[in-house]
Design a protein around this ligand. Structure first.
Ligand code: C2E
Ligand code: MG
Ligand code: MG
Length: 574
């Protein structure tokens, strides 16, 4: 955005004032005209960033770095410049907006950050040539310096070069890497401003540098809030985890920032240690990044060592996850059905639809291998719709074949499906399409739905339509018993883990029995149908009937099977 004419005049006035403030300074080796046009370009860029919609102070960092590159490269010049901007820039370029001052302050903070970073780079850069020569001569491990530039790809590339040097320098040795990332650093920037954030980064850099110097490691600042400790010439993983431990301890002190405040700062670390032979720098850094990701998710504030087996499992899972959308279009997901049996009569009254993936390479995959991936990527929504459609069409076909023996179909619904608006409309459309009466559809949800008001609302709508709602895996979730009565549920499905004891001789006594009996009683008191899953023996089925359970599901009563087999079963049993 180019400032309007009035602003152009203002920019001119401001630039003249700026030129006066910096003139005569030895760092600027330009003619007055050159200085004017240089500063005018900067003044225009300031104005553009300040007035941009939406506003972001981010480009201020680049401006600060460019000021240094242009030769306005001493703290004194920066001080004069920011004072002048603060004093008259808004006035000169006629910014009247109420947030002008706040924007300007933020922008100046970012400029200062970019500026100081670039100054550090300059001095580090001057020493870099010397250091490289020395490193080549003596090997890496005994030297260290915190490096800092703001250009992420270059910084990563520089580290990879450094790693390659280290690996080549001692091909028979081993080395380790600690990738260190500050925890919740963004909140420091957001709540205390970039200047405080920068102060924290400098302090961390300083502490890691001291640690590296003392221990003979190499330290580097990889990007924003990520640092690296390279431990050369290791005898094993313990030396690297010790370095990680020391780095955590060094960082964990509180951080003095402006105005006497102190901040507690923590970090998480990904650790990797390998023989130099056959190790690729990018793979080493990649492994450290992966371990850092695990630490961030599972052990924030601590280190985690890279584990190649776990990495292989994750890679395979990612690959599977990436294949799922195409698999869905190719129709590789199929549905099996498991009988739900009336325990008193032995009749099949319903079936549960259970999805499987007929994978071209891995064979038939069970939901345990892919449902959570589908939930993670959101594919569970179209997959769930596909299962619902197939299950309703199949149940309608069974109903048409045997109108005298109606069998309901019970379809699992994931939380993500419930959270999306439009599930009741989708269900209605599928019922219309397939001709299945609503009374023959049951949806299974887990107790976690109680934690989500939107999901509960959707369930109410579905129940009002006449869809049966079943509370799946009852007893294993986060359900508060008091809330069950508010649920529009028709059935509880008690999880199989509650009935294992029923095979033992002491089945009639003990705490397990009390818990199971109480759950069944609760269901009955609330007027719900009680279903129990995982029934594997005749003894369990009999005991459950005695305890008041209505419907049973389990390998003893029928395994999940393709629809044709269910068709045969329905014919045989009726
Ligand atoms: P679930 O809904 O609790 O389904 C019952 C699971 O118990 C099924 O596992 C079934 O094969 C298994 N099972 C049945 N009888 C026995 C038994 O006697 N002993 C033992 N040990 N297990 C038994 P499956 O098919 O592997 O499905 C696992 C879970 O995957 C299901 O648990 C459900 O949570 C989920 N799932 C399956 N299909 C779908 C689907 O279409 N959509 C969604 N969102 N989830 C699904
Ligand atoms: Mg289920
Ligand atoms: Mg279940």
């Amino acid at each position: 955005m180019i400032p309007s004419d009035g602003r152009t005049a203002g920019i001119d006035a401001f630039t003249r004032a700026w030129a006066r403030v910096v003139s005569g300074h030895t760092v600027l080796r330009h003619s007055p005209d050159e200085v004017y046009s240089l500063l005018e370009r900067f003044a225009r860029r300031f104005a553009e960033v300040l007035l941009a919609e939406p506003f972001s102070a981010g480009p201020g960092r680049r401006l600060g770095a460019d000021l240094v590159a242009a030769g306005i490269a001493t703290p004194e010049l920066l001080g004069r410049t920011t004072t002048l901007i603060g004093r008259r820039f808004l006035e000169d370029i006629r910014v009247r907006r109420p947030d002008g001052r706040a924007r300007l302050d933020e922008l100046l903070g970012a400029v200062a950050t970019g500026y100081t970073g670039a100054l550090v780079d300059q001095s580090v850069g001057a020493q870099e040539a010397l250091r490289r020569a020395e490193l080549r001569r003596t090997g890496l491990a005994r030297h260290c310096r915190i490096e800092r530039t703001h250009d992420l790809p270059n910084q990563r590339a520089a580290l990879l070069r450094r790693l390659a040097e280290a690996l080549a320098g001692d091909p028979h040795g081993r080395l380790g890497l600690c990738l260190i990332n500050l925890d919740r650093f963004r909140t420091v920037n957001e709540s205390l401003g970039y200047r405080a954030g920068d102060q924290v980064l400098r302090t961390v850099a300083h502490r890691l540098e001291r640690l590296a110097q003392r221990a003979g490691h190499f330290a580097a600042h990889l990007d924003n809030d990520t640092f690296v400790l390279l431990v050369g010439d290791t005898g094993g993983i313990d030396e690297v985890t010790k370095a990680a431990e020391e780095a955590l301890a060094a960082i964990a002190h509180t951080f003095p920032i402006n105005n006497g405040y102190t901040l507690p700062i923590r970090a998480s670390i990904g650790v990797v240690e390998r023989a130099a032979a056959g190790t690729d720098p990018a793979a080493l850094l990649g492994a450290a990044e992966q371990a850092l990701g695990w630490a961030k998710r599972e052990r924030r504030g601590q280190w985690m060592v890279h584990d190649t087996e776990r990495a292989a499992v994750e890679t395979a899972r990612h690959a599977l996850s990436a294949e799922m959308p195409d698999a869905l279009t190719r129709g590789e997901f199929v549905v099996e059905y498991q009988p739900l049996t009336d325990l008193a009569t032995g009749r099949v009254v319903g079936v549960e639809a259970l999805v499987r993936w007929r994978h071209p390479v891995h064979g038939l995959l069970m939901p345990g291998r892919f449902i959570d991936l589908a939930e993670h990527t959101g594919l569970i929504v179209p997959l769930g719709e596909d299962v619902l459609r197939r299950a309703c069409a199949q149940a309608a076909a069974w109903r048409d074949a045997r109108p005298d023996h109606p069998v309901f179909v019970s379809v699992n619904v994931a939380e993500a499906q419930l959270r999306r608006p439009g599930l009741p409309a989708l269900v209605q459309a599928v019922l219309d399409e397939t001709g299945l009466p609503v009374s023959l559809l049951q949806l299974e949800v887990t107790e976690n739905v109680l934690l989500d008001p939107e999901g509960l609302g959707t369930l109410d709508d579905l129940a009002r339509m006449g869809v049966r709602i079943s509370l799946d895996d009852f007893g294993t979730g986060n359900c508060r018993l008091a809330e069950i009565s508010n649920l529009p549920a028709h059935t509880i499905k008690i999880a199989g883990c509650f009935i294992g004891f029923l095979n033992s001789q002491h089945a009639a006594a003990g705490a397990d029995h009390t818990v199971l009996a109480a759950m069944i009683e609760l269901g009955r008191e609330l007027g719900l149908t009680v279903t129990v899953e995982g029934i594997q023996t005749e003894a369990q089925a009999r005991r459950l009937l005695d305890l008041g359970c209505d419907i049973g599901q389990g390998y003893h009563l029928g395994r999940p099977q393709p629809p044709d087999e269910i068709t045969g079963l329905l014919t045989a049993r009726s």
